[in-house]
Design a protein around this ligand. Structure first.
Ligand SMILES: C[S@@+](CC[C@H](N)C(=O)[O-])C[C@H]1O[C@@H](n2cnc3c(N)ncnc32)[C@H](O)[C@@H]1O
Length: 379
């Protein structure tokens, strides 16, 4: 889970496009007496709005310590008895009663971000009353071929010859990653294409797999594909991050090509676009073919999988065939965990650890630090 700073939460709260729509959606969905769950509550702005609208109780959930602010703000606003916070992931949260409304904004630049979809599926099935309201209800992803010399320069520009040394090796990685952009309608070289619908009331699969073809309508140097989302938060209330719409915090995503391509009116650009959730993040794959008068003039196969050096050893150590060695660390951790019995304190455990492994833990503090880290990990 991305750990946002208080400043980032401040920027979210002051994004009028996003906040006005969320406030209107809450006004439409929350009734006096509603039970509300605010997933990814951050500093609790949605929680407080729901209280103001008469919610009987709001559960504000976030692993980020910023959620503690929701307690203080609830008190300042006179809502203290109606707010409960849970500092952790919603997937670990047990709700004493099912919710009438679940509100969240777990997106990044695009809605396919970390465990967003799985989180909503879990919340919808475990925490929401039948017929309860989900905010957002649905997101739509669109994309277009764009000319974006500045975004492209930002990605590829640094990786050239400088100070008489060749830095071009960086280009391969940087052109396999996407970035936040603010490209405008005039930069689109073809009509936007619909890439995906995410209906949060029914979605089950976190992956994206789309194929689109654009016909170029304006000759220019194309630099890649731009993508954005529009949302319906609740019954007709929403906003769009499409180019030309008022700027919201999310921006738009720019997926660069390996090389810029001069495209002509009538050229066809085909994109196979996928996103797979691997561990905690999406691996994006964009495979492009540009055809001019029946012949392929450019083809690129790009993925965020190639945006960083792959640590083969790290991957190997996660495979089913790998046999982990019984290292001194394994032995020490196993020793501590076997002694956790609901009676021994961290002090007791660290004393025993130090006595058993005096060379590894020469001071009481080093043993206590180690035992505390283990204890925090297991809650
Ligand atoms: C984009 S911020 C939104 C903050 C606030 N709700 C707002 O709209 O201003 C998303 C927050 O969701 C939290 N988050 C992500 N997955 C979560 C989960 N499964 N359970 C609880 N919080 C989660 C993150 O820690 C982050 O603080």
């Amino acid at each position: 889970v991305t750990t946002y700073s208080l400043r980032s939460f401040g920027a979210m709260v002051t994004d009028e496009v996003r906040m006005d729509a969320y406030a209107r959606a809450l006004e439409a969905a929350v009734r006096p007496g509603s039970i509300v769950v605010d997933i990814g509550a951050g500093t609790g702005v949605h929680t407080l709005i729901a209280c103001r609208l008469g919610a009987a109780h709001v559960y504000a959930i976030d692993p980020n310590p910023a959620v503690e602010l929701a307690v203080e703000s609830a008190r300042i606003n006179g809502f203290a008895d109606r707010v409960t916070i849970f500092r952790g992931l919603s997937t670990a949260f047990e709700l004493p009663e099912r919710a009438d409304v679940i509100v969240s904004d777990l997106r990044g630049i695009l809605p396919l971000w970390e465990h967003h979809i799985e989180t909503i599926v879990d919340a919808r099935t475990r925490l929401l009353k039948p017929g309860g309201a989900l905010i957002p209800q649905r997101d739509e992803i669109h994309a277009a071929v764009i000319t974006a010399p500045e975004d492209y320069e930002e990605a590829a520009g640094p990786w050239t010859r400088r100070f008489d040394v060749d830095l071009s090796a960086g280009r391969r990685w940087t052109l396999n990653s996407f970035s936040k952009s603010r490209f405008q309608p005039a930069q689109m070289l073809a009509q936007p294409a619909h890439i995906a619908s995410l209906d949060y009331t029914t979605v089950t699969d976190p992956k994206l797999d789309a194929r689109v073809t654009w016909t170029v309508e304006r000759a220019a140097t194309a630099h890649g594909v731009g993508a954005w989302f529009s949302t319906e938060l609740f019954d007709g209330i929403g906003f769009s991050n499409a180019p030309g719409q008022p700027d919201a915090i999310y921006g738009r995503a720019f997926f660069p090509w390996q090389n810029p391509v001069d495209v002509q009116v009538g050229d066809q650009v085909t994109l196979a676009f996928s996103a797979w959730l691997v561990d905690d993040n999406y691996v994006w794959h964009w495979k492009t073919e540009v055809c001019s008068r029946g012949s392929v003039v450019a083809s690129f196969d790009q993925s965020t999988f190639w945006s960083w050096p792959i640590d083969r050893d790290y991957l190997r150590r996660g495979s089913s065939a790998y046999v982990p060695p019984p290292t001194a660390d394994v032995e020490a951790d196993a020793f501590v965990l076997a002694r956790v019995d609901g009676a021994r304190s961290l002090g007791d455990l660290s004393d025993e650890l130090q006595e058993r492994f005096p060379e590894r833990f020469p001071t009481r503090k080093s043993a206590l630090d180690h035992v505390s880290r283990l204890a925090r990990r297991y809650g």
